[in-house]
Design a protein around this ligand. Structure first.
Ligand SMILES: [Zn+2]
Ligand SMILES: [Zn+2]
Length: 442
């Protein structure tokens, strides 16, 4: 859930108080759909139908056709060694050479990187594995509701982590260590995304909005991880995907919106979302890329009678102080930053940039890159959104801003506010994505 743009003005005078004053429209901070890669959907007619829902990912082209997606599990952790166990069902493991073996309930198998590829260690029966890193094994449940629990024993993140595969588990290795992919139907995938991306306690119409946006994102952005043979990763780079804890409100919203997607001029729309915008969403073209300068991805005012729809979000307004030294190091600059300015995109140069000034010259960094470098280093929410103003206080800079997340597209807390004010899902979508319509995929 989650994410903004700004005009930053650094005064050379120290200011005791950070003023909240925003010169540019907001952006949202969404943890999710971060940076977009185009992949047009094929839809036609009034009763939108995807004509060729081909599987974009698929290691070696072996993916299933239809609305099945492959999601890379434990993506952030870059696992080198994991433990597999099952619940509800045993799983048939088919190795690359066609051999099958049974992962029984109660058993624990270890999978680890080995000799440029990977191998499986089974208790009491030795190990087996493929010849090359590109080959993969498939685990298929013998009964319904089977799941494989994947516990990360060694990974580059160094943090304990557990993932759950609910479809077929595909096992291989790649540049990021072991490659573990859940191959799962679209709606089942969404049921694992929703609980991670929105509160099940949000009003029903806001949940419906999230379902339509998440489904549209999944269909229009699939293949983002094509190089790895997958569609999506399981973290906020794509949409966060979890174990699929069930909530009646989320199940109900998914069911009620089944097949519904957001369309623009007869094709799937490009959609993004963030937690809260602080009163104005941001333009995708100014924040990311000019090819996203689409009529429905421009910033919109998110207010009614002067009050932001997302005003009840905890990060509606925020401040953060960062030392000049730390900023220099985060930006990879060898001199003390004297001044920071945010320059809004204009007709000639659409993208907003941050201009850093030092004694020996100045440097321009795209606003989104400036923001993500800080957030990646200091943690999510450290700088709520790319919608901020900066003031200098001696050798420190004070950022004051609005919203949480990148600020583009749907403001989740705003949708909550609109739903509470009586707006329906279609009206809410029309507000955040002007000129789009809700269509249906079959
Ligand atoms: Zn991703
Ligand atoms: Zn908002």
């Amino acid at each position: 859930m989650l994410k903004s743009r700004a005009v930053i003005h650094v005064c050379l005078l120290s200011l005791a108080v950070c003023l909240l004053f925003f010169l540019s429209p907001g952006h949202s901070v969404s943890v999710s759909p971060r940076f977009p890669v185009p992949s047009p959907g094929v839809i036609s007619g009034d009763n939108f139908e995807i004509l060729s829902p081909k599987f974009v990912g698929g290691a070696g082209g072996g993916g299933k056709a239809g609305n099945v997606v492959r999601v890379i599990l434990l993506y952030r952790h870059r696992p080198g060694r994991v433990e597999l166990s099952t619940i509800n069902s045993s799983f048939v493991c088919t190795t690359p050479d066609g051999q099958t073996s049974l992962l029984r309930q109660g058993e624990r198998w270890i999978v680890e990187l080995a000799d440029g590829g990977w191998r499986i260690l089974r208790p009491g029966t030795g190990s087996f594995g493929p010849k090359g890193a590109g080959d993969y094994a498939r685990f298929t449940a013998q009964g319904p509701w089977g799941k494989i629990i994947i516990k990360c024993l060694e990974g580059q993140s160094g943090e304990p982590a557990v993932a759950v595969s609910r479809g077929d588990l595909l096992l291989s290795s790649g540049a990021r260590g072991l490659l573990l992919m859940d191959e799962i139907g679209l709606e089942a995938y969404l049921s694992g995304v929703l609980p991670e991306e929105i509160s099940a306690r949000f009003p029903e119409e806001a949940l419906r909005v999230q379902c339509i946006v998440s489904r549209t994102f999944a269909l229009s952005e699939r293949g983002r991880h094509g190089k790895e043979g997958a569609d999506f990763c399981d973290n906020s780079h794509c949409q966060v995907y979890g174990a699929g804890d069930r909530y009646p409100s989320l199940d109900g919203a998914l069911q009620a919106t089944r097949g519904q997607v957001l369309t623009y001029k007869g094709a799937l729309a490009r959609v993004f979302y963030h937690s809260s915008c602080g009163g104005h969403t941001l333009s995708a073209g100014a924040l990311w890329r000019t090819d996203l300068d689409l009529p429905y991805l421009k910033g919109v005012s998110d207010q009614e009678r002067g009050k932001p729809f997302c005003r009840e979000a905890s990060n509606s307004r925020w401040t953060r102080v960062i030392s000049s030294d730390e900023l220099s190091s985060l930006m990879g600059w060898n001199e003390e930053i004297q001044d920071i300015q945010v320059v809004k995109g204009d007709r000639r140069d659409r993208r907003s940039v941050v201009v850093l000034a030092g004694n020996r010259g100045s440097r321009r960094i795209p606003l989104y890159e400036f923001w993500t470098r800080i957030v990646d280093a200091l943690g999510w929410g450290s700088l709520g959104s790319p919608w901020f103003q900066v003031t200098r206080q001696g050798r420190r800079f004070c950022f004051s801003g609005r919203g949480l997340g990148h600020g583009v597209g749907l403001c989740q807390w705003g949708a909550r506010g609109m739903a509470k004010a009586g707006y329906g899902a279609e009206k809410i979508l029309e507000h955040y994505f002007p000129e789009t319509r809700v269509g249906r995929v079959k």
